[in-house]
Structure formats: C-alpha cells, structure tokens
Design a protein around this ligand. Sequence first.
Ligand SMILES: Cc1ncc(COP(=O)(O)O)c(C=O)c1O
Length: 476
Amino acid sequence: MTIKIKKSGKPLDGHVAAVTPPIPDKSAAANVGEQGVYPKSAAIFRHNRRFIPGGVASLNRAVQPEIAFSRGQGAYIWDAEGNRYIDYHAAFAPHFLGHNDAYVTDAVMSVLRSEASLYGSGTTELEGQLAELICRHVPAAESVQFLNTGSEATCQAIRLARAATQRDHIIVIQGGYNGWHNDVACNLMTPLDAIGPRLSPGEYPYFPISAGIPQEHRQLVHPVNFNDLPSVEHVCLKYPTAALITEPILQNIGIIKPEPGYLEGLRELADRFHFILILDEVKTGFRHGIGGYSRIAGVTPDLVVFGKAVANGYPIAILAGKKVLMDFFVHPEPSKRVLLAGTYNAHPVPTAAAIATVERLLMNGGEVYRHVEALGQKIQHRLEEILAALDLSGVVARQGSAFCVYFMDHHPRDWHDLAANHDFALDHKLRLALIRGGVYFFPLAVKQCSISAAHTEEDVEFTVEQFEDELAALVK
Ligand SMILES: Cc1ncc(COP(=O)(O)O)c(C=O)c1O
C-alpha cells in the first residue's frame, strides 16, 4: 500500500502506543470542578442562545444537563468547569480511535504544512489515494465519491437510485436514522400510538421528525420495521420501488442486530424487485471492521454510505457502490446525469484524516479491533453480572466497540419491541447519574455507547463500578 501523506517524522511505534495510551492526568482525579455543577456551561449557553437558536450548533446535541465542552483527548472529554469524563458518546460515534488521535493529527498537520489547500478545481492525488484505499478494502465499493456528511451521502444515494431505476418510491426502516433530509427525516423513535401496533406485512405512516417536509414527498416514503422481510415485499408489490435504505444494525436506537437471514433476504428482494439496496454504514462502517458491517455479514449492497469513524471525527462521508450506478454521476445523457457537487468535497484535511484513520485501523493486523473487542467483552460481561446480581430485567446488546443496555428481558428485534418493553425512565436516570460521576453516556435513553481504541481496562473498571453503584441506588 502506498499512502503518500508525508508525516512529520513521528515514529510509527508512537502511534501504535496510542492504541493504549498512558493516562497522564489520572492522578489529578477525574473531577477538577464539582461534577454535576455547571455554572460556566450555563454562562456559555446563555451567551450562545443570544445568537444561535437553542444555543447549540446541532439540535441533536440539545440535551439536559446542558454542558459545554472544552477539550478532548483519547478516551476523555473535559467540560468548561474542568470536569473530566470518560467519553462513551464519542460525538455520536466518530471517535473510534479516541479524541485527537496522534497519528491522525499528524497526518492533518502534515497536509497543512505542505500547503495543501482546497483548490476547488481539478482533482488531487490525495482524493485518489483515499478512493483507492476504500475500493481495496470495501467489497461493495467499485467506485466512490466524497461528501462532507452522512446526510449528504444518503441523500445522493437515494437520488442515484431514483435516477438509475426511474422510480420514485423508497423504503425506510422504522427506528433507523439516515440523516436530516426529506426522504429520511421520519420514523425514528416514533410514539407507538402515532404509528399503531406492529403490522406485518404492511407499512407505517410516514411520521416526520422535522417540520417543512411537503405532503407530496411523504407519499413516496414507506416505513417498515427492521427484521421484517414480508413488509418489504408488500411495499414492493404495491409501489414501484427505487430503493431500500437501512443501517445494517440499528444503531440509533441502541444496538438492534439483523436476525439471521434478514440482510440476505433484503439482497434477494432487491434482486427480485430490482430496487437498489443502500446500506447506511455511517455508524457501523469501519467501527466494526474495515469494509463495513456488510463485509462481516457477507451481503453486498448496491450502494453503501460511510461517515463518522472513517475519519475519526473529521467531516467526510463516502458514497460507494457498483460502478454502473456510480457512473450516473457522469452519465453521457444530461437528462440521466445525477448532480454531484460540493464546494468542500474531499477537502484535504478530512481526506488526510480518513487515509490516516484507515492506515491506523490496518496496523498490526487490526490491533485496534482486538483491543476494543476485548474491552467490549469485558464491559458486557461485567454489566450483565451487575444486572443479574440486582435481579433486574436487562440485557447488554453489543457489536464490537458499540453497546447499549436495555432494561427488558430480551434483545429487541425492532422499534415496536423496544418501545413496548424497555424501561426508558430508568435508562435515562442512570445516564444522568453516570454523567454526575464522570462517565459520559449520552443523556438520552437507548443511545449507543462507543468504546474507542484509547479506552483502557482501567477506564472500563471505573465505568463498571460507577454503573453498579448508580444502578443499585436507583433501584433499591
Ligand atoms: C446511520 C446514520 N446515517 C446517517 C447519519 C447522518 O450523518 P450526518 O450527521 O453526518 O449528516 C447518521 C448520523 O448520526 C447516522 O447515524
């Protein structure tokens, strides 16, 4: 492999050491301030609200307690007060190597020092290097394009599918998240009384998670449950279907895995009804393995979308897939050509970050994956022991470094199952208590927790102890 980012000469073993970095200020105690008290955060929010609606730059980040963060390194983030947290939120999962990973930072500094810029004209060697790397490691990727966010990439994937099939209808998954645009801003954690009981075969009403989506547009989008092949077939028999888009594991409502045969069944239905199978690997891709979860599952989608972990926190997304589809971006007939444009596409900073991230993931035969799997197994085992000792109905769902505790007696198979059986209130209270104790689980029930390469056994130990104490106090 010939990756040509010139590094600043930092030795490779320095980077490998970052897989399990030293914890420089552990002795300085987790809490510099008094955890659970956030006057500096409150002042920052007050200031920001004067200029930003909600005071925060992505409204998915608007949660209680309102904490403003000021620093991140490895497995830790610090708030404006100076409180340190072991971070399991990872900014909704991109920080798979940990915050400010030295190897990635070095690559970024290196392209900046070499006076790389955003030229906005012609191509660059760098984007070609990343494209080649992705095509080499992702079975579904015969050809790739670059965007800045996962939402842009899923939007383009759906547009490509419509252009290629000359059909308009699409299937989305109840409980999945694929971004903020009109086709997919719907049916995430929908109240069951709004969509009714489980229906199979059948479809649920489009339930928007945003205002401003035209009624006409909603008619084209058909939500069905995860792990429900008969409903996919039902929609295909009723409507000319261009595409089905799904996360291969539902990771925006914890960790809901595909049942054996589900992804294979989607592939078969796509082939039978000639719709485009789009796997949204924005959360699963690279976190569960080079090549994405589709590679692990052995199911090759027509189009696949990556984001987040592919550049360890730098803004880049990748749309990849069959060349015959991707070539619609350069179709010789203008009326069939799909517009792909973006001022910042393949900006050298995130492009270099992505190349460095993939290099880092490939190092030492996948050491990063072995490390997070070992920590994942440990945390799962210990949390299961705690649930059993407290005689609580609960399961720990996990795929590699991503996990979620469900307070119910079985692993959910879809949103209906989860919404009907999980103890959302206990989940939320536990998250708030953990945050007060210096362990940052995103304070919204059923949100995925993410371990990074920078987390250590010691971090996991501390987390498990906090979990045990706080949960015991809540249920006593
Ligand atoms: C599975 C999935 N797809 C798409 C997106 C949208 O990505 P972005 O926030 O980068 O637009 C997300 C974001 O959380 C996601 O989890």
